[in-house]
Design a protein around this ligand. Structure first.
Ligand SMILES: Nc1ncnc2c1ncn2[C@@H]1O[C@H](COP(=O)(O)OP(=O)(O)OP(=O)(O)O)[C@@H](O)[C@H]1O
Ligand SMILES: CC(C)(CO)[C@@H](O)C(=O)NCCC(=O)O
Length: 399
């Protein structure tokens, strides 16, 4: 199992101090965020940070598991002693077990008893939408090189002006899709949603292509050609554009339209073409609904999160093109490096409002990983698919 390893920091096997673990237990995936403290290098806070005294340096770690394999997740938590540690204490040997951990997502309700039974821990439930917004705001404000645009195959990081962040539309593409108008910290409204989301792509794709994993299905789409199965405007117009209404001959007129052909069966289509067509159909649809909701509220920025995206270039390109096309260039699609961890980060941050309100997370910088969770040490944020095996350096300050 990919993530089922013991945590090592900086490539050595010294035990690490884990403080704070938070979970987002979704319909498809469980996301974990936890903080490990670097040994012995507390530091003074920066001068411009008022009202805080000492700081704790450490790393935020990210991991994910399929919800269907929740036992792997429970095993990971116990093997890595993630329930030890009681906040950001300064004592060297902090061994007081937590009696609860913060959790969000539907699974925080569904699996509450399982966590109690297997790990002896209660899940303190945090609202999913609240957590998504808190997580997104945190990433946008605190993490360098977090948000980027994607057009014509090239990524461009966006410098976020803290005074000009709101309002924006947050579109979280998980199993289903939530669209949230964000007006500030804790100020938001879920304005729409659609059940045609990541679960639809994976579910239909599995049935139609016999793929055994989401990654396999995504990989298939790289090699596919959707024109084999989609009906294009040109197929209907004898190779011509229909420019009067702004449609070129290569625009998809009807997703999966060619599959209506009487003399073809499922076996006559290549799995890679089906996967590509499906990915395009779902990404396009989400892009279009997002744009319509942005239009409803006059929002110019649409920020996409959720594990459906997986930093996959074709997915991002399709969504960005859809937003650009429908808004005639007025609205911009943005993506996040930690796309899949918004809810888990929000749950993680929610500790502050209860037991740890004297703590401020600050100075978060993306750094290449040092062997944490067996990750790639050559991580390149420009290319990266942050796949739940990364960590970022951060400091936490005590008031
Ligand atoms: N390894 C994977 N296994 C299954 N699905 C994956 C995987 N990687 C990416 N996905 C995609 O990510 C989606 C789940 O995304 P995410 O984890 O953000 O949502 P969730 O929290 O599980 O769902 P919801 O919020 O609707 O309960 C899946 O539906 C699938 O499209
Ligand atoms: C039900 C949730 C919020 C669970 O995460 C998500 O899957 C979702 O937003 N689904 C879309 C439901 C709808 O608005 O039609």
């Amino acid at each position: 199992m990919e993530h089922n390893r013991e945590v090592e920091i900086d490539g050595n096997s010294n035990p690490i101090q884990i403080s704070r673990l938070a979970l987002d237990i979704g319909g498809s995936l469980i996301k974990l965020v936890f903080f490990s403290r670097n040994s012995g290098d507390d530091e003074d806070p920066p001068k411009d940070l008022v009202g805080v005294s000492s700081g704790v340096n450490g790393r935020l770690h990210f991991a994910k598991f399929e919800t269907a394999k929740i036992n792997d997740c429970l095993q990971f938590i116990s093997a890595n002693k993630l329930l030890l540690g009681g906040g950001f204490q300064h004592q060297e040997n902090c061994t007081n077990d937590r009696s609860f951990i913060k959790a969000t997502g539907g699974g925080a309700y569904k699996f509450s008893e399982l966590f109690k039974e297997k790990l002896g821990i209660s899940l303190e439930k945090e609202d999913e939408m609240d957590c998504l917004v808190t997580g997104a705001n945190f990433l946008l404000k605190a993490v360098n090189q977090e948000a980027f645009t994607y057009l014509n195959g090239s990524k461009e990081f966006v410098q976020i002006d803290h005074n000009d962040l709101y309002p924006y539309l947050l579109v979280n593409i998980g199993s289903g899709v939530s669209m949230i108008k964000v007006d500030g910290d804790g100020k938001f409204e879920r304005v729409s949603g659609t059940s045609v989301g990541g679960g639809t792509f994976w579910g239909l794709g599995k049935l139609l292509t016999k793929s055994q994993s989401f990654d396999e299905l995504l990989e298939l789409s790289h090699r596919g050609d959707n024109r084999a199965i989609d009906t294009l405007v040109g197929d209907i117009y004898g190779g011509m554009d229909y420019l009067k209404i702004g449609l070129s001959s290569t625009t998809i007129a009807s997703s999966f339209g060619k599959a209506t052909s009487h003399n073809k069966q499922l076996e006559d289509y290549k799995p890679e073409d089906i996967s590509r067509s499906l990915l395009r159909m779902i990404s396009n649809n989400i892009g279009q609904i997002s744009y319509l909701n942005a239009l409803r509220f006059g929002l110019k920025r649409i920020i996409f999160g959720g594990f459906f995206i997986r930093s996959h270039s074709y997915t991002m390109d399709t969504i960005a093109v859809a937003v650009h096309f429908w808004s005639k260039g007025e609205a911009k699609a943005m993506f996040l490096r930690h796309e899949g961890f918004l809810g888990a980060l929000g749950a993680f941050m929610s500790y502050e409002t209860h037991s740890l309100d004297d703590l401020v997370v600050n100075q978060v910088m993306p750094l290449p990983v040092n062997a944490s969770l067996g990750t790639d040490t050559n991580y390149d944020p420009l290319k990266g698919d942050l796949n739940g095996t990364e960590s970022i350096q951060c400091s936490v300050y005590r008031a």
